[in-house]
Write a protein that binds this ligand. Sequence first.
Ligand SMILES: Cc1cc2nc3c(=O)[nH]c(=O)nc-3n(C[C@H](O)[C@H](O)[C@H](O)COP(=O)(O)O)c2cc1C
Length: 123
Amino acid sequence: MDGITPGIYEYEPETHTLKKTKDNDQRESLAQAALNQASVSQGVIDIVITAIYEKTTAKYGERGIRYVHMEAGHAAQNICLQAVVLQLGAVTVGAFDDEGVLEVLGAPENETPLYIIPLGRPN
Ligand SMILES: Cc1cc2nc3c(=O)[nH]c(=O)nc-3n(C[C@H](O)[C@H](O)[C@H](O)COP(=O)(O)O)c2cc1C
C-alpha cells in the first residue's frame, strides 16, 4: 500500500488516525496465532478488532459484554460492506489463540481480540 510501511497500526478513534506500534510485516506471526490460516498470512492487511470490556461494563454492568459483541459485529459487518464497495475480499476469522494474537499486536492484557478480518484482492 502506498505510504504505509509494513507493521502493526493502532486505530485512534479520537483523531481517526492510525498510530504505528510495531515495525515489519507481522502477518505470518499473526497467522501462527490463528491456526496458520492462509487468509491471515495472505491478506494484504489484517484488521483485528479487540474489546476492552471494562469500558462498557463500567456503564452497563454485565449486559455490557453483550453490547461489546453486538458492536464488534456491527464494525465487522461495516468492514465487509466496505470491502465489497472496494472490490476486495474479506474473511471474518474467529478461530485464534487470544494470548498469541495479543502478543503479536503488543496489546495489553485487558484487551480481548474478537475478530481478525483479512482483506485482499480476490483471485
Ligand atoms: C464469527 C465468525 C467467525 C468465523 N471464523 C472463521 C475462521 O476462523 N476461519 C474461517 O475460515 N472462516 C471463519 N468464518 C467463516 C468465514 O468468515 C466465511 O464465512 C467462510 O470462510 C466462507 O466464505 P465464502 O462463502 O466466501 O467461501 C467465521 C464466520 C463467522 C461469522
